[in-house]
Design a protein around this ligand. Structure first.
Ligand code: HC0
Length: 574
């Protein structure tokens, strides 16, 4: 350890710590703006400056390492004045329409301005840049008038997602975050993962808001409006209403959706079970009949788009299964429409997802089993919370309610889809029992759990060594697939999720400010909600789901049937 003094108090910090990290040990939060741990450590914005005895000027605490005997002051008038001035300078080229901003109330710039006593936002006004808003992408827009050039978005895009379609253009006062040649984002190979939205401190990047369409559909007496909710939504929605990260709000979420006026509130988890039935069948079929291996999961639309753009030769490895969201939508507009005697055109199908790429996915080709889109609108968790607020629903005081039946029945295997490794574990539970014909003694495949970017395991199943791998975050996917392409690795089955940690850390989840994100493992806290649910559920294997059995008995026949293929499977483009 290294012994230092912060504001006169002795602190022993691990060697190699930054002043920012050491200050946390002394119960002092130094404010940051550009700093994102392991993603953007550039010490550029100067909000985190502190005084260090003997240093010629204020230092950026996010990148400055501690040394034995160092003396640091985090809140002298000089420090506080410097932070205030930095904020005033940022605001001098910021559009400041805070009242109508999508981030009003959880904007990091707004909070810092208040904390540091900015009392004249226009103090340094002069020439101002004016930018057109970029609406060209299917899932989001970029408003550079609100961009503070922190580079958190471009760092996550390039380093974590290996996509790199946005970055700084021009120099000095003219610097903007944009795509090469100022192309619209929709014209680039952006994969719609939304990780840039998740890390943006201001309202410069946001999902396209589709809430008005949903309010209209609910108000239209001619529409039968059905909503489904993804596994991770229950593990994140509570944060929007002030609950701690890692709170399960499944019951209140269902109650809120019912009060918003949806005709049926169903669970995407049921379709996750259906996906496992189809995908496990596909896997066994490929193994037994010499099909293309490794089989790679296809439920994460950001990953699918990445594969199509960056690994086009591997699209044949992708499972032909639609994602659970799309399978659910397709089942609603075929099986359920028939059951209710409603024309699928009169059903409006809404999905609540922790994902922005799902907004792109709903419009993909070959996602319209009944001749109309399987899913009409996909909303992020943030949009759902906006709807709940707008409708005046007091979320925290709601009772816990259950999903509607029969399409609300699910299993533990399904709910863990939201965490990296969950789809693999769910598939193994079903594939192993199918292959061996015996009941598993232990359902927990712990080797594929946890937030490591790449996980590998080998399981001996009925005499065969099955090699599996799991990757989340697209730079990890790239690393894994590069090894597969070169022949360095030979797996049978791979799960890939576009976002690091899986859907629990999706681009459509509540935005967690850097002040929390830098010191808390948000992914694990949210994933724990799903694993706790799994271990408490009556059914923990997809093939045990009674609603899924009923669907096969009365409609699809068996996994991999012709009808299942027509409705539940899809194709890809190279
Ligand atoms: Fe996911 Fe899904 S698990 S992609 O991460 O497979 O978004 O939560 O809904 O479709 O089920 C997201 C989450 C889903 C789908 C499921 C899968």
């Amino acid at each position: 350890t290294v012994n230092i003094k912060i504001n006169g108090v002795d602190v022993a910090a691990p060697k190699g710590s930054t002043i920012l990290e050491a200050a946390r040990l002394a119960h002092i939060d130094i404010p940051t703006l550009c700093y994102l741990k392991e993603i953007n450590e550039i010490g550029a914005c100067r909000i985190c400056v502190v005084e260090v005895k003997g240093a010629r000027s204020l230092v950026a605490s996010c990148v400055y390492p501690v040394n034995e005997g160092m003396e640091v002051w985090t809140n002298t008038p000089k420090v506080l004045e410097s932070r205030k001035k930095t904020l005033e300078l940022i605001l001098s080229d910021h559009d400041r329409k805070c009242l109508s901003c999508v981030r009003s109330g959880n904007c990091e710039l707004q909070k810092l301005s208040k904390d540091f006593g900015v009392d004249n936002e226009s103090l340094y006004d002069g020439e101002k840049n004016e930018y057109e808003i970029d609406y060209s992408a299917a899932h989001m827009y970029r408003d550079n008038n609100k961009c503070i050039l922190c580079r958190r978005c471009s760092a996550v895009c390039e380093k974590i997602q290996a996509v790199g379609v946005i970055g700084p253009n021009e120099r000095g006062f003219k610097t903007t975050i944009a795509s090469a040649f100022d192309m619209g984002l929709g014209d680039t190979s952006c994969v719609s993962c939304g990780q840039c939205i998740a890390v943006c401190p201001t309202g410069a990047i946001s999902e396209k808001d589709n809430t008005a369409e949903v309010f209209s559909a609910i108000a239209d007496p001619a529409k039968y409006v059905i909503v489904q909710t993804a596994p991770s939504v229950r593990a994140g929605l509570g944060e929007e209403f002030g609950l701690p990260i890692g709170t399960n709000v499944e019951g209140k979420m269902v109650a809120a959706l019912r009060r918003l006026g949806f005709d049926k509130v169903f669970d995407t988890d049921l379709a996750a079970d259906l996906t496992i039935m189809e995908e496990a069948h596909e896997f066994l079929d490929r193994v037994q009949n010499g099909g293309k291996l490794p089989l790679i999961t296809s439920c994460s639309p950001g990953w699918i788009k990445y594969c199509e753009h960056y690994f086009p030769d591997m699209t044949e490895n992708l499972s032909s299964c639609k994602s659970p969201m799309q399978m659910f939508g397709a089942t609603i507009k075929t099986y359920y429409a028939e059951k209710l005697g409603i024309d699928p055109k009169d059903i409006f199908s809404v999905a609540i997802m922790p994902c922005t790429a799902k907004k792109f996915e709903v419009g993909r080709e070959d996602q319209d089993a009944a001749g109309v889109p399987d899913v009409d609108v996909s909303l992020t968790v943030r949009e759902l919370s906006r709807m709940i607020d707008r409708a005046g629903i007091n979320f925290l005081s709601l009772p816990d309610e259950d999903f509607d039946q029969p399409l609300g029945i699910s299993t533990g295997a399904a709910v863990i889809f939201g965490a990296t490794g969950g789809v693999m574990e769910a598939a193994l539970r079903t594939a192993v029992e199918t292959l061996t014909g015996e009941e598993l003694a232990n359902l927990d495949f712990t080797d594929v759990r946890g937030i490591a970017g790449i996980k590998e395991a080998t399981y001996n199943v009925a005499g065969m060594d099955v090699k599996v791998a799991v990757a989340s975050g697209l730079s990890n996917a790239k690393e894994l697939l590069t090894k597969v392409e070169s022949g360095e690795a030979d797996y049978h089955f791979i799960e890939i999720m576009g976002c690091p940690g899986g859907c629990v850390n999706g681009g459509g989840m509540p935005q967690v400010p850097a002040s929390i994100r830098n010191f808390t493992d948000v992914r694990s806290l949210r994933a724990k909600v799903l694993y706790d649910l799994d271990s408490s559920m009556k059914y923990r294997k997809s093939h045990e789901n009674p609603a899924v059995k009923e669907l096969y008995d009365t409609y699809f026949g068996k996994p991999g049937s012709h009808k299942a293929h027509e409705i539940l499977h899809t194709t890809y483009v190279k």
